[in-house]
Write a protein that binds this ligand. Sequence first.
Ligand SMILES: *[C@@H]1O[C@H](CO)[C@@H](O)[C@H](O)[C@H]1NC(C)=O
Ligand SMILES: *[C@@H]1O[C@H](CO)[C@@H](O)[C@H](O)[C@H]1NC(C)=O
Length: 423
Amino acid sequence: MDSFIVILLFSLISLVCSANRNPGHLKPLGSVGNLVLIKELQREFPTASQLFTYHVAKSEPSLSRQVLNDNKNFSLWQTDEQLLEHVYGLADTKIQVEAFIARQRHRIPMTFDAFLQRYKKEPLMFADNIPKVLQKYLVVPKPLQCDAALEIFQSAILIINGINASPLLLNEEYDHFHCILRGHKKMVLINMIKYPDVRKIVIPEKKQQQEPPMNPDRVDFDQFPALADVEYHVANLTSGDCIFIPSSWTFQERSLEHTFSIIYNVKHRRALNIDGKELNECADYDSTFTLDQIDWSVERQPQSFKDLIMNLINTNVVGFEKWREYFSKHLSHDLASDSEASAIFEEFYDIIDVDGDGQVTKKEVEQINGAHQHHITDILYEMVKVINTKRDAKTSKPVENNGEEQSIENEDQIQSSHDQSEL
Ligand SMILES: *[C@@H]1O[C@H](CO)[C@@H](O)[C@H](O)[C@H]1NC(C)=O
Ligand SMILES: *[C@@H]1O[C@H](CO)[C@@H](O)[C@H](O)[C@H]1NC(C)=O
């Protein structure tokens, strides 16, 4: 009897072991199998027109080699000492850092200097909007310098991380350039339009499911059969390279040393609708056009926007009228006397006020995430666009008597609105 069980067990084990003969089984993701190289350009980005009418529209990645090397100040990024010595105000800049303690992710505040002293010794990562003092050392990528592209250029995120292998990542709202300032990364990309089942691995349908997540260092094809026969688009990236990853691709990255990279996010839905004609009329590339020259105002930055309205609640600005007054100030535009903008503002207020009781609560602001957030920022964006169009029309009219006074007043308000958005 005993020996029968042993034999049964033994044959069961051998059955399990031999079940999956795929050579990539239990190997690192994208290391074996159907590997495809990503099309490369040497020392250039795709043109704005190629980027939007081909790479975005057809969902094709693109790899630009050594495209950052000629940027002024590029060498500055190569050591921490140079950054701290040459970037005025960087050391004291307050940042939030991701710390991994006992497998839990925490956000802890520290100065940039403290982070640079510690990140090589501790499991710390920085991933946030690029601090203001660093913005002037990064040139806006050439295809994003086009006016039509600038409008939908949403954010520039700096990531500083150590040696690691990430899970499968997803950036579905945005198409993005992922550029390496320092270090090396291996990238593996999978097209989820071609392999929709892979999406279910990245975003499991049932959140309660206690299945262990995919281990990128040892991919179990028995557990994740959807990954067994996909094309893996692979690239080794090094300092100066930028890869364009369309929104419908999932990707995995493996940092081979401490790596500084930057993500340039472009709103996918708007990118799809960009006017091809406008892309052919882009201004010439300006090598002095750096990120600090972009107006990173509220409608571009959902996070600071959320902070802004949370601040409204904390300071007891309550009710539609008060909010309209506040936003009028913030946007230097009297919403109450502009029926078109006011109607959009009403829509904006109603959608935040989820339960429709006329008051926005902390709980309702905390719910601003995901699709709900897109919707809200889209409305806000529309409103700002309407206001800007009117403002442009106004400023191009001949100056009236009180014109001078008014522009000074406006400047004050713009200044104060900046202060608020940084809170
Ligand atoms: C950045 O580049 C400019 C132009 O080449 C140069 O004048 C400046 O000193 C550089 N700044 C730093 C901090 O390296
Ligand atoms: C990336 O580099 C590794 C060596 O670290 C090499 O084995 C692999 O073939 C390279 N992959 C590509 C796509 O060049």
